[in-house]
Design a protein. Structure first.
Length: 242
């Protein structure tokens, strides 16, 4: 795949596998599980080896584990908060900027396998890639070690974020904010629609519109669907409040 540089890249990745396990404070029984969590689709797509698996399925699983663990934790710790406030805390903690920040704190991008195109366009520092990889790591810990191993990592990584979110001092989730705002004004249902996507697989950009029965109330662009949806919601909030 990478010509004369492949051996060096493989060596660096093997060394990185040892480092990231120390960072995670967990020794994997299956290194392949960890490798999958660290493999971006761009690497698999550029490889001649079509058996390489990448981390999107593991991200899907990790997202569910993350939601369950955070929900359980805040439900027990903040028993004075009503359901609506718990929802806002959780949304603030598990949103893309929050997860990307935690991924950067452990230098997760350094250990990932990326395609050349993604590498050359700054993929190791891109919030969408890092947040997805963070969720994939959670998924890999769950697969390899079970729910308690995954729970320990999630809480140790996000306890500070949860505390800040409980005080309203973390990231603002614009989609949640818009939902609350619209519910206070009408019973209109909010829908997010991807109206365009362009660019190569390793560097896609998405355009999203947020729509109600009255039409488009906001639009946004981002390097991931989540980012585009947040930007669309942010614009919609300004319009609705105007």
């Amino acid at each position: 795949m990478f010509g004369v540089n492949k051996l060096q890249i493989d060596k660096n990745f093997i060394n990185g596998i040892e480092e990231i396990q120390k960072v995670l404070q967990y020794k994997f029984k299956s290194i392949e599980t960890l490798k999958e969590a660290l493999t971006h689709s761009s690497y698999a797509n550029e490889s001649r080896d079509k058996t390489i698996t990448y981390n999107e399925r593991m991200e899907f699983l990790g997202d569910s584990v993350l939601g369950l663990v955070v929900s359980d934790y805040i439900y027990k710790k903040y028993n004075h908060l009503p359901e609506g406030e718990l929802t806002k805390v959780r949304a603030s903690v598990v949103c893309e900027p929050s997860l990307a920040l935690r991924a950067k704190e452990i230098n997760l991008g350094r250990y990932m396998l990326l395609g050349r195109g993604e590498e050359n366009t700054g993929g190791r520092n891109r919030d969408s890639i890092l947040a997805d990889a963070f969720e994939a790591i959670i998924g890999s810990l769950y697969i390899d070690g079970g729910i308690e191993v995954a729970r320990e990592f999630v809480i140790s990584s996000l306890a500070e974020s949860i505390e800040l979110a409980s005080k309203g001092s973390l990231f603002r989730d614009y989609k949640t904010h818009l939902q609350e705002l619209m519910q206070s004004k009408s019973s209109d249902k909010i829908t997010y629609i991807v109206v365009n996507s362009y660019g190569p697989d390793h560097d896609k950009t998405f355009d999203v519109e947020v729509v109600t029965s009255n039409g488009v109330i906001g639009s946004g662009r981002g390097k991931s669907k989540k980012e585009a949806e947040q930007n669309a919601a942010k614009e919609a909030i300004v319009r609705v409040n105007a």
